[in-house]
Design a protein around this ligand. Sequence first.
Ligand SMILES: [Zn+2]
Length: 264
Amino acid sequence: MSCQETTQSLSYYVDDELPPAQRTLVESHLDSCPVCRAELEQLRTLRNSLRQLARPEPPPVLIPAINDALMIEAAARRQSPTPNFREQLMSWIEPRLMPYTVGSLASVILFTAMLFGLRPHFIALREAARQTDSAVIIERWTPYDLTQPVTPEIYSARRAPFAEQSPSLNPGGALATLTGNYAQPRIGPFQEGDDMIVVADVFSNGTASLADVVQAPRDRQMLADFEVALRQSTAFVPASLDRRPDTMRVVFTVQKVDVRDRSF
Ligand SMILES: [Zn+2]
């Protein structure tokens, strides 16, 4: 250990605050270094003389002066009027009520801010609700009459929001009849899950032609029936009823789902 390190540790050494390992190092250096020993002696002398300094006595008038001041203060408190009930209640409530007040105010501000933030959404929702209402009104004008066949006009009108993008089936067409047949319970290969994805072009007069077979069904007859149904009669309602473009390419996915529950 160097002289510098020892000197820095001397104060702690005198106070007996060094960890044992450090203490041993300091002691072994002190044994071999007269300079640091002299330093240690000086430090000890200084400490001792500081310890021996007389305690300064407070001036004799200090204690009576403090006592007098306290007595005057106490007398002044006794003479001041006691606060009435309302003031006492307020002083009790205030610190308790304050956090709630701030919290409530923050909630109100937050709620108002949210309301303003969501206002456009509310307006959009109301608009949507209004449109739904008008759609319902249209339906009321053309109620289902179960005794009458569904006309292309009624069917197209019912699909109004979607018909622009997906052509409405001609209710009397062969394709509608065919898809209706799919829904019937069948015996044989039709009962298995057999999916088919085909692309067809639909023209303005409602006719359509098969453009592509994306996924052929395992039952080839299913595809053949479908193609015949497309060609045979106008599979779709005229483009003017749907307000759809004159030529459209549509994707058909015929997916068979085995519904076991027949209670409906
Ligand atoms: Zn030394």
